[in-house]
Design a protein around this ligand. Structure first.
Ligand code: URA
Length: 250
C-alpha cells in the first residue's frame, strides 16, 4: 500500500535533522529520490518504495516489523472499519508503525494472523503461485464421513473452481454434541475457502481457528495477544514461500 509523504517529513523521521533543516538540505540540492536530485519543497515520496539519499547516502527506510497475532473471533482483519467494529489494530498496543495483515481471516475466524509493514514479504506469502501451507481446526455441525473428507483432500468443486489437494484428518469427534473438529491444511488462500469447502460437503463450520502458517504455530501465544517474529522465523517463512513456489511451478 502506498503512503506518500513530504520528503522533509520522511527525512526528519529518519533522524537526518529537524524538519526545517531538512527543508534546507532539499533546497541546497543534497537530496535525491530514486537517483534524481530534488531541489523544491513539496515533493512527496514513499520510503517503503523509493530510494532516498542525502549527500549520496541512502537513508534507512521505516523499520520493518513482523508480528504474529492470535486473533479473536469478532475482530475485523483490516486497519479501519467504517462500521466501527473492533479491528486487529486495536490489538497491537505498542506498535506505532502502520502494519497490514498478510492475507485475511474472516470476522468470525480466530487464530494465527501475520501482520507486517513489509509489502514484499506480504506479497511473497500471499501470492497464489506460492503455496504456503495454512492449517485450521474447523469444528463442524455433524460428523463428516471419511469419504466426504477424502473429497476435500482430493479437491472439491467450488463456485470459483476446483480446490487444490488438501490434507484433512479428524482432530476430535463429539458424538453427544454431534460435532467434529477436523484439521485441514490448505495451500491456497481463497475467500472463505475452508468454510466453503465444508459447505460443499454439507457440514456447516461453527468454529474456525488457524493454528499454523508455514512452520509457525501459535504455541503459548494467548488469545488476542501478539508477539514479534524473530529474524529467523521471518527468514524461514520467506524460504518456505520460495521453496513451495519451485515445487509447484509448472
Ligand atoms: N478459510 C475461511 O473460510 N475463513 C478464514 O478466515 C480463513 C480460511
Amino acid at each position: 500500500m502506498k503512503a506518500l509523504e513530504r520528503l522533509q517529513k520522511i527525512l526528519a523521521q529518519a533522524g537526518i535533522a529537524s524538519r526545517r533543516k531538512c527543508e534546507e538540505l532539499i533546497l541546497s540540492g543534497a537530496v535525491e529520490v530514486n537517483g534524481e536530485k530534488v531541489t523544491t519543497l513539496g515533493v512527496k515520496a514513499d520510503p517503503a518504495v523509493d530510494t532516498i539519499a542525502v549527500n549520496g547516502r541512502p537513508i534507512k527506510g521505516e523499520k520493518k516489523i513482523y508480528v504474529m497475532m492470535n486473533k479473536l473471533k469478532g475482530v475485523i482483519t483490516s486497519a479501519k472499519d467504517p462500521q466501527g467494529r473492533k479491528t486487529v489494530t486495536d490489538f497491537l498496543p505498542g506498535i506505532k508503525e502502520r502494519v497490514y495483515p498478510v492475507g485475511r481471516l474472516d470476522y468470525d475466524t480466530e487464530g494465527l494472523l501475520l501482520l507486517t509493514n513489509d509489502g514484499e514479504f506480504a506479497n511473497l506469502l500471499t501470492h497464489p503461485k506460492h503455496h504456503v501451507p495454512k492449517t485450521y481446526h474447523a469444528t463442524v455441525k455433524g460428523v463428516p464421513h471419511g469419504s466426504a473428507l477424502e473429497q476435500l483432500q482430493k479437491g472439491i468443486k467450488l463456485e470459483d473452481g476446483m480446490t487444490a489437494p488438501a490434507e484433512v484428518e479428524y482432530h476430535d469427534v463429539d458424538t453427544e454434541k454431534n460435532e467434529a473438529t477436523i484439521t485441514i491444511t490448505i495451500y491456497e488462500g481463497r475467500n472463505r475457502q475452508v468454510r466453503r469447502m465444508f459447505e460443499a460437503i454439507n457440514h456447516k463450520v461453527i468454529r474456525l481457528k488457524r493454528v499454523r502458517f508455514g512452520e509457525l504455530t501459535l504455541q503459548t501465544l494467548g488469545r488476542g495477544k501478539y508477539r514479534h517474529l524473530t529474524p529467523q522465523e521471518v527468514d524461514e517463512l520467506k524460504s518456505e514461500a520460495m521453496k513451495t513456489h519451485k515445487v509447484h511451478k509448472k
